[in-house]
Design a protein around this ligand. Structure first.
Ligand SMILES: [Zn+2]
Length: 303
């Protein structure tokens, strides 16, 4: 493919419907939207409702209405992960055929008692069940990550990144004992299915990108480019979220919050907040999108 800008840009926004969008979600939505539109790309929407117990009834509809109210119109149909179970099962089947999947019978309590080391993606599971040959039904399924799996990629904002997956992440669960597919599997399968070329999202997901790239390689899927955006923090230094007291976006005053999001992203919007209508402000922002103006990423101390 030529590097002269002829390859199609496909971006996406992929919220979890666990509650209403807040300012942190708006920053991510606006960043991915502008990066796509500034390249005449498509901007797709995916509702990440794969983890069913976390889904709040009505939240997905609320998210769609909020995006429309902020002028963030997506292309094509919305993809719901809850309707993609067959694709995830098929991907697991391919990993199983490669001998990379095994059943794990360890309970959370057993693992907690082991005092396991913690890596950037959580506790590092040391592969205790790898050779137990447990049946696949009634157990969680883990990905065997044992070969030297040093993963490197170049983030468009954060620069070169590198991680030893085997040493710092370990064998991750791809399907839980309750039958729920892991977020990591769903994201990788769906990004390829939707033809996503560029992932623009919050820097809290910078480190999971290593695992996502590894999974995509195993499944022989194309590797997207990445741009990880600076995070919005709550007072006290934790990432802004529902748990840290984020207020829902106010659909009655979208222009002011959009202006604030552009300001946060370092884009130096003209005038004062609320001075321009939503559509006018978005058009200005597409014309003037400069990712090199994004503030530096500072990662949270610990989730
Ligand atoms: Zn186990």
């Amino acid at each position: 493919m030529s590097s002269g800008g002829t390859s199609a840009y496909i971006g996406r926004f992929a919220p979890t419907p666990s509650g209403p969008l807040h300012f942190g979600s708006l920053v991510t939505a606006v960043g991915s939207y502008l990066d796509a539109r500034a390249r005449q790309g498509q901007w797709l929407l995916r509702i990440e409702d794969v983890d069913r117990p976390r889904v709040v009834p009505g939240a997905a509809d609320d998210i769609l209405r909020t995006l429309e109210c902020f002028g963030l119109h997506w292309d094509g149909p919305v993809l719901f992960q809850s309707q993609r179970q067959e694709a995830y099962e098929e991907a697991l089947h391919r990993l199983r055929e490669q001998g990379r999947l095994y059943a794990c019978g360890c309970s959370r309590r057993q693992l907690n008692a082991l005092d396991l080391r913690r890596g950037p993606l959580g506790l590092i599971y040391p592969g205790l069940c790898r050779d137990r040959a447990l049946g696949f039904s009634g157990h969680s399924l883990r990905l065997r990550i044992d070969t030297p799996a040093r993963i490197r990629f170049e983030d468009r904002h954060c620069g070169p990144r590198e991680l030893d997956l085997a040493g710092e992440v370990g064998d991750v669960v791809l399907k839980r004992v309750d039958g729920i597919y892991a977020y990591h599997l769903a994201v990788v399968v769906d990004d390829a299915f939707q033809g996503v070329s560029d992932i623009v999202r919050g820097a809290d997901l910078l480190d999971v990108s290593f695992l996502h790239r590894h999974l995509a390689s195993l499944l022989r899927l194309p590797l997207p480019r990445y741009l990880h955006l600076p995070l919005v923090y709550a007072p006290g230094g934790r990432k802004l979220s529902k748990q840290t007291g984020a207020q829902p976006l106010d659909r009655a005053r979208p222009a002011a919050q959009l202006w604030q999001a552009l300001e946060f992203l370092g884009q130096q919007p003209p005038g004062k907040e609320g001075g321009m209508a939503v559509q006018e402000l978005l058009e200005w922002a597409i014309d003037h999108w400069q990712p090199q103006r994004l503030p530096a990423v500072q990662l949270p101390v610990s989730a």
